[in-house]
Design a binder for this molecule. Structure first.
Ligand code: TYM
Length: 343
């Protein structure tokens, strides 16, 4: 039984990549494994943001997590900024992170990180490490784009444990077998993302069925007519097969076999049907939720999350030699400082 966590940044409406890459794996295991799902709203502040929008998107993301099947009776669902331990552990972990390793993170470069960007864009992978380590997590179900951040988390946990004594569980990333990186339908070389400049190739979970169908039917495919699974040579068709394979729990190569002798149009129709069949019930459940339902779940989740997280921060404080973590027994004499070796 491994403890698992996944986080979702409210920088835009959730899209199919979030669902296939992280939400569904989390939902599927929640009854067997202790599971944490949280709204990573502090991460949304690393780039220019509109406060009202972050607040609204946080609630929407939480509602969609409930609608996709996160069961608050089993999983912990909360908003990151409601649990102050994330911020405290972030700083403590910065003290075992080098500038160089933060600077090497791909997403800093991809998001245009440079002299004018927010300092938090540079340090946000350390916040992500704090998110994970707070909960003594063993498995982090994420899409491929988060692999490097989980590697950093492992490095920091191991380094901390080595320097200051066993404190953190060392986690590992787990990726879905199919569709760990869904591509943008209009630009198959690019990841489908919430904040992609054009939304023509992004399937949002709350897009109406006719919009979903239109986006799929207009997906960029490759020259050729045969449906074959060749991600390098034919990334557009492979992406459609990945989506259909993921949504029907089949290997994309086997899915390709169903379309022998048929054109891309038939494949697109089947993908659109599968996407709509998956998302329509989710949209119905989302619409039935009120803001109050969502806020009640989040408040309860934050309270439960804080209990575990505060215990972890306390362990880290004690290991680092911070006074708040350990009270001297009443009446004990003050001990003289003898310089130890800095670590
Ligand atoms: P975010 O909000 O960008 O994405 C949420 C999850 O969705 C996955 N994902 C995808 N998977 C497959 N194909 C895609 N096109 C696709 N797009 C997104 C992401 O890999 C992710 O699993 N830094 C994280 C949020 C975070 C977090 C954490 C995750 C903060 N703290 C702790 C796990 C554990 C992020 O920006 O995800």
């Amino acid at each position: 039984m491994s403890r698992r966590i996944s986080g979702f940044k409210p920088t835009g409406p959730l899209q199919l990549g979030n669902y296939v890459g992280a939400i569904r794996p989390v939902v599927r295991g929640q009854h067997e494994q202790p599971t944490v799902a949280f709204i990573a709203d502090l991460h949304a502040l690393t780039v220019q943001h509109d406060p009202a929008l972050v607040q609204a998107l946080s609630r929407e993301v939480a509602g969609l997590l409930l609608a996709t099947g996160i069961d608050p009776g089993h999983a912990l669902l909360y908003r990151q900024s409601d649990v102050a331990a994330h911020l405290e552990l972030h700083y403590l972990l910065e003290c075992v992170t080098s500038y160089g390793e933060a600077h090497r993170m791909i997403q800093f470069k991809e998001k245009g990180g440079g002299g004018g960007s927010r300092l938090s864009l540079l340090t946000y992978p350390v916040l992500m490490a704090a998110d994970i380590l707070l909960h003594d997590i063993e498995e982090v179900p994420v899409g491929n784009d988060q692999r490097q951040h989980v590697e950093l988390t492992r490095d920091l946990a191991e380094r901390f444990n080595e320097r200051y004594g066993p404190t953190f569980t060392v986690p590992r990333a787990v990726h879905p077998a199919v569709a760990a990186r869904i591509a943008d339908l209009a630009e198959p070389g690019r990841k489908m993302g919430k904040t992609n400049a054009s939304t023509a190739g992004v399937l949002f979970l709350l897009d109406p069925p006719d919009v979903l169908r239109r986006k799929v039917m207009r997906a960029v495919t490759d020259t050729g007519t045969e449906v074959v699974y060749e991600p390098q040579q034919r990334p557009g068709v492979a992406n459609l097969l990945d989506i259909l394979g993921a949504l029907t729990d089949r290997d994309p190569r086997a899915v390709a076999g169903d379309f022998q002798g048929m054109g891309y149009g038939r494949l697109k129709t089947a993908v659109a049907d599968a996407v709509i069949a998956t998302l329509e019930p989710i949209q119905g459940r989302y619409r039935a939720l009120t803001d109050e339902d969502i806020e009640t779940v989040l408040a309860d989740g934050a309270e439960r999350a804080a209990e575990h997280a505060d215990r972890t921060v306390r362990r880290a404080r004690i290991a680092l030699g911070l006074t708040g973590g350990r009270r001297a027994p009443a009446g004990s004499p003050a001990t003289p400082v003898t310089a130890g070796r800095p670590r």
